[in-house]
Design a protein around this ligand. Structure first.
Ligand code: UFG
Length: 348
């Protein structure tokens, strides 16, 4: 059993990670400011340091915790992750996603924590070409969000080259779904993600029916652009179940822990399935699993959207033995919807 630091552990991906770690007998220490996360998402027995990564009081509490019971390694999920917000407040994104990452890495070096994993994103690639994106695909972020993550990656690679830590960077594709055991899920109310919004639409529809509402305005999904050069005119994305993202971290963690030497270079891994789905296919799937034929309207393109994003994760599979367990769009939609129904039941 090891003690692992999980920053952002009360958030969407971080909380799934905490449950996976605890399920394997590890102890987790969480740093989270609860700006988008929820304390209830944490597994019992978790120690929570409430505040921002890099804040002086959190740094002091982290040093204290490490002195009390040493950390084996760190997984850094805490970040700002809204593309639209990053366009309005780029400096905020560079501060949170880039500077705070590098400050945390530096503190962990001083504490002699031997490995560090960074949560990154396919947004670093920007407009992609080719069928499946490999880690060596050129990077050209299309938003300050992607840029802030790329700068964190580059800073971390320089940092890794100057020390002895083992470092890994995971680039996620479109993360969706919820823990199949319903211990946690995506609870951020202002999410902009397609599958989360579709699940919210189903629940709004069901609530309207339950209350007998006769409003002429029914919950609706809008497709952002139907004139893309794809088989049905809508954008393609590689949706990956959040529990597989957590599983990928476990696989990388084990390989970092088993490796005795430092390569002095951060390893970069894509996490996705390599099976893209269109917006229309996702919405049809959500209608199918829910039995709710919510209206779908066709709108204009959304600024900044890229046509097709699909992942080549062969490096992750070959180097760590990671194998996806939930690579099924239906299961992703089912678990996202089940979680949304739970959230709705809580607020009734
Ligand atoms: N979409 C709609 N209608 C909606 C919401 C989304 O048509 O109501 C479409 C989008 O236009 C896009 C697709 O659904 O074509 C997926 O959109 P998401 O917002 O779910 O996800 P993105 O691909 O835009 O972005 C995601 C993450 C980002 C990350 C990026 C990396 O949300 O954080 O993948 O590729 F940067």
């Amino acid at each position: 059993m090891s003690r692992i630091l999980v920053t952002g552990g009360a958030g969407y991906i971080g909380s799934h990670m905490c449950w996976e770690l605890v399920g394997r007998g590890h102890e987790v220490l969480v740093i989270d400011d609860l700006s988008t996360g929820h304390e209830q998402a944490l597994p019992p027995g978790t120690t929570l340091l409430r505040g921002q990564v890099g804040a002086p009081e959190i740094a002091a509490a982290l040093a204290h915790e490490h002195a009390r019971s040493p950390l084996a390694g760190a997984m850094h999920f805490a970040a700002k992750a809204r593309v639209d917000e990053s366009v309005r407040f780029p400096d905020l994104y560079f501060e949170h996603n880039t500077q705070q990452t590098l400050r945390l890495a530096q503190q962990l070096r001083e504490l002699k924590v031997p490995w560090f994993m960074l949560s990154s994103t396919a947004a670093v690639y920007g407009n992609t070409s080719g069928e499946l994106i490999r880690e060596d695909h050129p990077v050209a972020p299309a938003s300050p969000y992607g840029e802030s993550k790329l700068r964190a990656e580059l800073g971390l690679r320089d940092w890794a080259a100057s020390g002895g830590e083992r470092v890994a960077i995971l680039r996620y594709f479109n993360v969706a779904g919820a823990d199949p055991e319903m211990r946690t899920g995506q609870s951020t109310p202002q999410a902009t993600h397609l599958i989360k919004l579709a699940a919210q639409t189903v629940v709004a529809f069901e609530r309207g029916q339950a209350s007998g509402a006769s409003s002429s305005v029914s919950p609706t999904m809008q497709i952002h652009g139907t004139d893309y050069p794809t088989h049905d005119g809508t954008c393609l994305r590689d949706y990956v179940h959040v529990s597989d993202i957590a599983g990928a971290h476990l696989a990388v963690m084990e390989s970092l822990m088993n490796s005795t030497t430092s390569s002095r270079d951060a390893r970069v891994f894509n996490v996705g399935y390599g099976q893209p789905y269109s917006v229309r296919e996702v919405l049809a799937c959500m209608q199918d699993v829910s039995g709710v034929k919510f209206p779908i309207v066709e709108g204009p393109r959304r600024e900044g959207d890229v046509v097709r994003v699909a992942c080549d994760s062969r490096r992750l599979q070959a180097e760590t033995g990671w194998a996806p367990r939930f690579a099924d769009l239906k299961l992703i939609c089912q678990t996202a919807l089940a979680w949304e129904r739970r959230l709705a039941a809580r607020t009734l």
